[in-house]
Design a binder for this molecule. Structure first.
Ligand code: COS
Length: 386
């Protein structure tokens, strides 16, 4: 990446991804059953080598993939992202055995992964999670998992779950959480689908004494909250990239529509109120995009202030995308509300990213805490205070 723009090879890769999304992925996405995991789509993402890149490239490449796919096929984008979110803790914190067992399968698109953090009573307040990991009392040092997870993408169809459970006392808060790699075929693990505004493979999970052993722990016992937060630091900018891709698609559709649709004796674009609104949409999309790239690059470089920058990028991009998609609907008029219209799809699709992986309000909390800590990164032109 150049200082403020993508390098020619990155731009060419994005164009190639958009082309693949249209030619190879969208036709498979269309055949999928709404609200269910589309396994042929996941397999095709594996075949194209895109899932492998989740684990071999950095945050910026993840953002470029998500933005490019989202412009053409949101289903492919989401299927890719969920493999990454679910399996990243295995990639980053797993033992050699866990990695060898699962990552080749996830990369090939044969195994579907899921990230199970949220619970009915613990969404924004993730440290309040209540799923219990109780010692099984046997010599092997294992546990039994009891409780519920909710709004888990790819559940209950996934093959492996990264599950965050309480191994310490409730009073231990964030420090009493441990991450486990739970294969879907463990006894006592069941689930159900949830029917959402935008039809996604998403569901709830019930753990009725699911056995896990020391070999299933991901990272350190008691270190699970950090594992979750570090995973979100990587994925939050990329949620922003997904939003930027959708906003760009809405902007492109608006440019085409306002150039050809005639009203009051000429094309809509000749009305200054329309042209200025379109200019404003483009301005917002571009600023969100730059913020996303900057946050992802900061992650890749191990720069200061990664949680704050990730939070800023996610917040700005998801809120921007909502505004841009809404403006695009307005400029298209009633046709945008027809079921099956691109904008009707984007209008439903754009809402959830303002909530998941940390709602906008949580991102503000992350930003504010960092600012008040006093040692925060103050911008690229100013030295860090000692
Ligand atoms: N990156 C790295 N570490 C982080 C972090 C981040 N983004 N956020 C918190 N931490 C660390 C803190 O530094 C602290 O570590 P120490 O105990 O070593 O000091 C620990 O985690 C606990 O943090 P904190 O005390 O801030 O926890 P809180 O419970 O007060 O709040 C928030 C944490 C609100 C930031 C957290 O619960 C959150 O991100 N909530 C949203 C959850 C979410 O995104 N859910 C979506 C699930 S996936 S769809």
């Amino acid at each position: 990446m150049g200082t403020f723009s993508l390098a020619p090879d990155q731009l060419a890769w994005c164009a190639e991804l958009r082309e693949l999304a249209g030619r190879r992925l969208a036709p498979i996405a269309e055949k999928g059953e709404p609200g269910r995991v589309n396994r042929p789509l996941v397999a095709e993402l594996g075949q194209l080598g895109l899932l492998d890149r989740l684990f071999t490239s950095g945050a910026l490449d993840l953002c470029l993939m998500r933005e490019s796919l989202a412009q053409v096929c949101t289903e492919a984008e989401t299927a890719l992202a969920l493999q990454g979110l679910g399996a990243h803790p295995v990639h980053a914190y797993g033992t050699k055995e866990q990695r060898e067992r699962w990552l080749p399968e996830v990369s090939a698109g044969r195994a579907v992964a899921a990230f199970a953090l949220s619970e009915p009573g613990a969404g924004s307040d993730a440290a309040a999670l209540a799923l219990r990991a109780e010692p099984n009392g046997e010599k092997d040092g294992g546990w039994r998992l009891t409780g519920e997870k909710c709004w888990i993408s790819n559940a209950p169809e996934a093959d492996l779950y990264t599950v965050f459970a309480r191994t310490g006392a409730p009073s231990a808060g964030a420090r009493g959480v441990t991450a486990f790699l739970v294969p879907a075929d463990r006894p006592g693990l069941t689930g159900d689908h949830l029917d959402m505004l935008s039809q996604h493979p998403i569901g709830l999970l019930t753990f009725a004494g699911v056995p896990v052993g020391p070999d299933d722990v991901l990272g350190e016992i008691g270190g699970g909250f950090r594992t979750a937060m570090d995973t979100l630091n990587l994925f939050r900018p990329s949620v922003g990239a997904f939003a930027v891709g959708m906003a760009q698609a809405a902007l492109d559709a608006t440019l085409a529509h306002t150039a050809q649709r005639r009203a009051f004796g000429g094309p809509l674009k000749d009305l200054q109120t329309v042209a200025h609104q379109v200019a404003d949409m483009a301005l917002r999309v571009e600023s969100a995009r730059l913020m996303v790239y900057a946050a992802a690059s900061a992650y890749d470089e191990g720069a200061d202030g990664v949680p704050r920058r990730a939070a800023m990028a996610k917040l700005l991009a998801t809120e921007t995308a909502q505004q841009v998609v809404d403006a695009a609907v307005q400029l298209h008029g009633a046709r945008a509300l027809h079921r099956g219209h691109l904008l009707e799809h984007l209008y439903r699709e754009v809402r959830a990213p303002r909530i998941y992986e940390g709602a906008t309000e949580i991102q503000r909390a992350v930003i504010a805490r960092d600012l008040y800590r006093g040692d925060s990164y103050r911008g690229s032109t100013e030295e860090r205070k000692p």
